[in-house]
Ligand binder design. Structure first.
Ligand SMILES: NC(=O)c1ccc[n+]([C@@H]2O[C@H](COP(=O)([O-])OP(=O)(O)OC[C@H]3O[C@@H](n4cnc5c(N)ncnc54)[C@H](OP(=O)(O)O)[C@@H]3O)[C@@H](O)[C@H]2O)c1
Length: 224
């Protein structure tokens, strides 16, 4: 059976991913800090309580799922760090927490689950990044912690792609578009359904030759 693991699965983009993969008949490990809404969501969905920055909890979940093959792992959990994002409002604690969640946690999850992914048939290790992490596309400034954390995530994924190429694991960072979630806000142009449909089609089409890339939700490559 094809298996996917999604973090930040209780709302926004992550919840829609869970619903769509479950509708395909996949086994879905839905990880969230609050799993109340995930229990009994759909057949094949297994909810796991997970704070992604808790390395011991990440390792414990990997041990619980030891021996299982995970075809697709999507590091989706993230925060905006908006409460201290502009020059004049910078706050060290918010900056560190934003980095911990957006840049470090996905790498810790990847490290803990690399053997689960390696033993699967699809072998895809994804992270939801952001166009705001593109250095080349940053002409507007601001959003310091968020932008820098996603740039760091992108760099970590480039290293993962190089380190895991020999094992046939596809490592890609994906921009979901600007989406009407709690994070994206009501003024965003894309619905959750449009974004996630695009992300799933893009992930489906990825092969080993694409590893190490940065893709938009519609599949187009993005500049670093
Ligand atoms: N929406 C956009 O326009 C947009 C654009 C570019 C990139 N993205 C990226 O897309 C991803 C999903 O964002 P979204 O728009 O769906 O945001 P969202 O609606 O705010 O959802 C964020 C999710 O991340 C989870 N999360 C945050 N910190 C966590 C932690 N420490 N441990 C476990 N889970 C944690 C949240 O769980 P709780 O409910 O427990 O807080 C929630 O499930 C993020 O990585 C975001 O940066 C979004």
């Amino acid at each position: 059976m094809t298996t996917v693991l999604v973090t930040g699965a209780n709302r926004g983009l992550g919840l829609e991913m869970v619903k769509r993969y479950a509708a395909r008949g996949w086994r879905v490990h839905a990880c969230a800090r609050d799993t109340a809404g995930l229990a009994g969501l759909a057949t094949g969905v297994v909810a796991h309580r997970l704070e992604v920055t808790d390395q011991a909890a990440v390792k414990a979940l990997a041990a619980t799922l030891a021996g299982e093959a995970i075809d697709l792992l999507i590091n989706n959990a993230g925060v905006s760090g908006h409460e201290a994002g502009t020059l004049g409002t910078l706050d060290a604690a918010v900056w560190k927490r934003t980095f911990e969640i957006n840049a470090l946690a996905p790498l810790l999850v990847a490290e803990a689950f690399v053997e689960h992914v390696a033993r699967s048939s699809q072998r895809k290790l994804m992270a939801i990044s952001s166009r705001l992490g593109s250095i080349e596309q940053n002409s507007e400034g601001g959003r310091y912690a968020y932008r820098a954390s996603k740039t760091a995530l992108n760099m970590a994924w480039r290293s993962l792609a190089a380190d895991l190429r020999g094992r046939g694991i596809v490592c890609t960072v994906l921009h979901p578009g600007w989406v009407r979630t709690d994070m994206g806000g009501k003024q965003a142009p894309l619905s959750i359904e449009e974004s996630v449909a695009g992300l799933l089609a893009t992930i489906d089409a990825l092969g080993p030759a694409d590893s190490g890339g940065f893709r938009n939700y519609d599949g187009k490559p993005l500049p670093w």
